[in-house]
Every structure is written in structure tokens, then in C-alpha cells.
Design a protein around this ligand. Structure first.
Ligand SMILES: Cc1cc2nc3c(=O)[nH]c(=O)nc-3n(C[C@H](O)[C@H](O)[C@H](O)COP(=O)(O)OP(=O)(O)OC[C@H]3O[C@@H](n4cnc5c(N)ncnc54)[C@H](O)[C@@H]3O)c2cc1C
Length: 480
């Protein structure tokens, strides 16, 4: 029997696993997909928000500001790319300027550091590609950008290195409540655990329904679509640029990514409650993104677009993050409705959930050998010529460049497969070490990555998947 079963291996479930791995607990993560970070965590704006916009007394407000402050240490220990580049919320008229003042006041109250309203001239000097009619901006230097999927992968790896078990392809289908534990059912073997942490993203309401016929909340998917521009676009913007927010949310932003691309999006589209897998992009909504981004800049070079994608916000009926033990099902902790700024809040939510577990279990004992530092990844491109030569001599796989756009070697791909939460699919490898993330989007390196996956996983190339269950790339041999 496990002490804790965490359902869902997104940014939230894995961050909680990492925090709990510090203690003498027997913890398991159950994930329906074949990889960690396959849900909303892999498709979002990747901003670590400063935290000035959520209401002062909301969970979103509290956890965002606390979480933001934790990112330097977490990302250093976990070897996750993170840059504090700062954000600007731009205003075009007096009415929007009033909103900026309200945001600043709210942010100051929440403890967001160094917020400042700056003039249109200063905005122009900082960001020459923005619209001429911008009269002011709220500058938040603590905002940052990150690789969101890498945060979840790194948390999972670090948790596993500290004793947590990760079970992929484990789709929780039913949960039975017993006097002092839960029995969890899927298509494979059952799992028993004393406590359950429900971190199932857009599915968190369905998970809760398995133990409570009348859940106090529901979650519906709200889709957001994006353009990702080629690195050639360069420093089109240097900060995260938001429009003045409306009741619908933070609005469509333009931002650099931590890997050097430019991201434009998202829009906001409410989907029916059942459409929890609808991460396709659509022509009309991508056109809407362009229309919305015009409020910030009319110079986006969309001809340099390399891909589009969509993510689903887990929109809770309560409007705020739900982070509590169920009042009707003791031992069942909901961490639900974690929409934006969920990524920014993840470390703080995880620490809070750790404290909640400690209260429920009447105290936790720390492990003597807990290590918060994840084994770092070797980035061949960042090495000096001498270091590269020495590495290739030691392991010739580092001398074979597989992805020419991103300069990724076979050695890095092999390592990504064999790490504790290693990638098992073409996209899983792309998320970890970026072959296929560049301009050609895998056109050249895709087949080579498949060959390496098949060789390392000892399977046929036809069995290698692009992403989720059933996403086969090859149908068989030609002339067979
Ligand atoms: C368009 C968009 C933009 C965003 N931008 C930002 C941003 O810039 N900054 C920010 O802070 N936040 C942002 N967010 C929010 C952020 O992405 C989320 O808060 C965060 O990724 C949520 O993580 P999660 O772990 O709760 O959910 P997920 O990543 O969805 O993880 C849930 C996991 O549970 C698994 N699961 C579900 N059902 C089952 C089951 N039955 N059995 C087993 N496993 C199951 C899923 O497969 C999934 O892997 C954005 C979200 C969207 C959609």
C-alpha cells in the first residue's frame, strides 16, 4: 500500500511529488498518458507571471506571488531553463491607464516586487516594435519565461531520484473508498493508497466524481491557440507584452520563449465540458489571435511562423484554484481548476499541499538523504571546443548531430531516453532535448530520432509513437 497516490503528472502533480519526496513517504504518481507533462503543461504561454492581476484574497493571487519567488532556486536545482525578463502591460488610453493603476495597487498589496508604471516613451525605448499609440505600461520585472514541460519532467525525475514511483499509461477508471485507504482501478493492476491527491487537470472533476457523486465543482475546457515563430525573428520583443486585461483574462500576448522563439497567443474559447482532448488548432481562431495581437503590435512577421498549437485551460466553476481536502471524502485532496497562473504557482501549491498532507498524517519525517538537485542535462552546443572534443572521444554519439536546426547530438537523445523519467516518443524527445523544435519541425531529424528510439527501447520502428497511444508514424515497410 502506498501512503500517497498522486493522479496526474503535469506541472502540479510532479511539483507535489517532488515536495513529498523529501519525506519518509511511499508515494506513487499515476498518469494516463505515456509521458509526464502531456496535458495542459505542454501547451501554454510559459510565463512565470509576476502576480499583480488575481484578486488580493484569491488562491490564484496568493500562490502566484509566492510561487514566482521560488523559481530561481527550483530552476537552479532542477536544471530548468528560466529567465526573469520582466513583463509589460500596455495601455492605449486613459481608461486602460486607470486599469494599470488598479493592477499596480493590487500587485503592491499582494507583495509583487518593484512594480512601476512607465511612460509611452520609455515603453518605445524598451520595445521598438510595439504600436506607436501606447501611452503607458505596467512594468513587472519579476515576470519570467520557462520551459513548462521541462519543469514537470525535471520535478518527476528529481522525485523519482528521491524514491517516488512513476506509473505511466495508468488511466484511473474508478476509485473505491475504504475505511482507511482508497483502491484505485485502471485497465492494469489496482493500486492502494492511504491518501489521494487529485491533480488531473481538466479531468479533475471526473476524478472527484469517482468518490463523490455530487462534486462541489466542475471543470470545463477553455482553449487557447498560438503561433510560434522561427528563432530568425530574433529579439522582436524583449519582455512579455500583455494588453490591458479584461474580464475574460490576461489577453493575447507577444513574448520571447526561453529557447529564443517568439510566441503569439492565446485566444480564449470556451468548449463544451466533454471536449477535454480538443487541442487542435483552427483557422478561424488563429485568425482571431492575429486580430487580438494587433492591440500590441502590427509588425508580427507571421511569415516566419514554424508551428501552431493549442492548450486547454482547466476552467473551474468556482473561478479560483481549488486546493483542499474534500469535506465529504476524507483523505481525498483536490488540487483542481489550476488554470493560469497555475504554472507560476506550482512550487507554492506543492509546498502548501505538502503541509496539508503533514496535517492529515499528523506530521511528516524528513529523509536524511533527500537531494533537491536533479542530475543536470549535458547541452553539447553550450560546451567549449575542447570540452566537445573530450566528450566525443569518451562517447562518439556526442559527435553525431541529429537535429541540425537545434544542434542536438545523438548522445543527448540517448540520455533523454534513459533518464529516470525518460522520453519514449518522438514528441517526448523533442520536449526534452529539442530535436524537431526548430525550423524544419522534425522534417530532417524525425526519422533519425525514431531509429534511435527503436534501437534504445528495443522495439520495431513501426511501434515508435509520435505522441499518445495510437499515434503511429509508420504503417509498415515499403515493397513489403
Ligand atoms: C492557453 C493557456 C495558457 C496558459 N498560460 C500560462 C502561463 O503563461 N503561466 C502560467 O502560470 N500558467 C499558464 N497556464 C496554466 C498552466 O498551463 C496550468 O495551470 C498547468 O499546466 C496545470 O498543470 P496541471 O498539472 O494541473 O494539469 P495538466 O498538465 O493537464 O496535468 C494533468 C495530468 O493528469 C492526467 N490525467 C487526467 N486524467 C487522468 C486519469 N483518469 N488517470 C491518470 N491521469 C490522468 C493528464 O493526462 C495530465 O497529464 C496556461 C494554460 C493554458 C491552457
Amino acid at each position: 500500500m502506498f501512503d500517497i497516490a498522486i493522479i496526474g503528472a503535469g506541472a502540479i502533480g510532479t511539483a507535489i511529488a517532488r515536495v513529498l519526496s523529501k519525506y519518509q513517504l511511499n508515494t506513487i504518481i499515476l498518469e494516463k498518458d505515456n509521458d509526464v507533462s502531456g496535458g495542459t503543461t505542454k501547451a501554454n504561454s510559459a510565463i512565470i507571471h509576476a502576480g499583480y492581476d488575481a484578486p488580493y484574497d484569491s488562491n490564484k493571487g496568493i500562490f502566484n506571488v509566492k510561487g514566482n519567488a521560488m523559481f530561481d532556486e527550483w530552476c537552479k536545482d532542477l536544471d530548468v531553463p528560466f529567465k526573469r525578463i520582466g513583463s509589460l502591460v500596455v495601455a492605449h488610453n486613459d481608461e486602460e491607464l486607470e486599469t494599470l493603476k488598479e493592477l499596480k495597487e493590487n500587485g503592491d498589496r499582494l507583495g509583487v516586487p518593484n512594480l512601476e508604471i512607465i511612460s509611452g516613451d520609455k515603453v518605445k525605448a524598451m520595445e521598438p516594435n510595439l504600436r506607436e499609440d501606447i501611452i503607458a505600461a505596467l512594468y513587472a520585472p519579476s515576470a519570467g519565461i520557462i520551459e513548462p514541460w521541462e519543469l514537470a519532467i525535471a520535478c518527476a525525475e528529481n522525485a523519482i531520484e528521491n524514491g517516488v514511483e512513476l506509473r505511466l499509461n495508468y488511466d484511473v477508471k474508478a476509485i473505491e473508498q475504504h475505511e482507511d485507504h482508497f483502491r484505485i482501478f485502471s485497465d492494469v493492476e489496482d493500486v492502494e493508497a492511504k491518501l489521494i491527491i487529485n491533480a488531473a487537470g481538466v479531468y479533475a472533476d471526473q476524478l472527484y466524481k469517482m468518490v463523490n457523486e455530487n462534486p462541489e465543482f466542475s471543470i470545463h475546457p477553455r482553449r487557447g491557440q498560438y503561433y510560434l515563430l522561427d528563432k530568425e525573428v530574433g529579439t522582436f520583443v524583449n519582455h512579455v507584452i500583455f494588453p490591458t486585461p479584461t474580464k475574460l483574462g490576461k489577453g493575447t500576448l507577444v513574448t520571447p520563449t526561453v529557447d529564443g522563439n517568439i510566441l503569439v497567443g492565446p485566444d480564449s474559447e470556451d468548449l463544451e465540458e466533454c471536449k477535454k482532448e480538443s487541442v487542435n488548432t483552427t483557422y478561424d481562431r488563429l485568425a482571431k489571435v492575429k486580430e487580438l495581437a494587433i492591440g500590441i503590435t502590427d509588425k508580427v512577421p507571421y511569415g516566419m511562423n514554424i508551428t501552431t498549437f493549442a492548450g486547454l485551460r482547466a476552467e473551474p466553476s468556482t473561478g479560483d484554484f481549488i486546493i483542499e481536502e474534500s469535506s465529504v471524502v476524507p483523505g481525498f485532496i483536490n488540487v483542481a481548476g489550476i488554470k493560469s497562473p497555475g504554472l507560476s504557482s506550482a512550487p507554492a501549491i506543492a509546498v502548501y499541499v505538502g503541509e496539508l498532507v503533514g496535517t492529515i498524517m499528523a506530521g511528516l519525517v524528513e529523509k536524511a538523504d533527500y537531494n533537491p538537485v536533479r542530475r543536470p542535462k549535458l547541452k553539447f552546443e553550450h560546451l567549449s571546443a575542447e570540452e566537445k572534443a573530450a566528450l566525443i572521444k569518451e562517447n562518439p554519439a556526442y559527435g553525431r548531430i541529429i537535429c541540425r536546426c537545434e544542434m542536438i547530438t545523438e548522445g543527448e537523445i540517448v540520455d533523454a531516453i534513459h533518464r529516470s523519467a525518460g522520453g519514449r516518443t518522438v514528441n517526448g524527445i523533442k520536449r526534452r532535448v529539442r530535436p524537431g523544435a526548430g525550423r524544419c519541425q522534425g522534417g530532417f531529424c524525425g526519422p533519425r530520432v525514431m531509429e534511435i528510439l527503436a534501437r534504445e527501447l528495443k522495439c520495431d520502428m513501426e511501434d515508435v509513437l509520435q505522441e499518445n497511444k495510437g499515434s503511429y508514424v509508420l504503417s509498415g515497410h515499403t515493397k513489403a
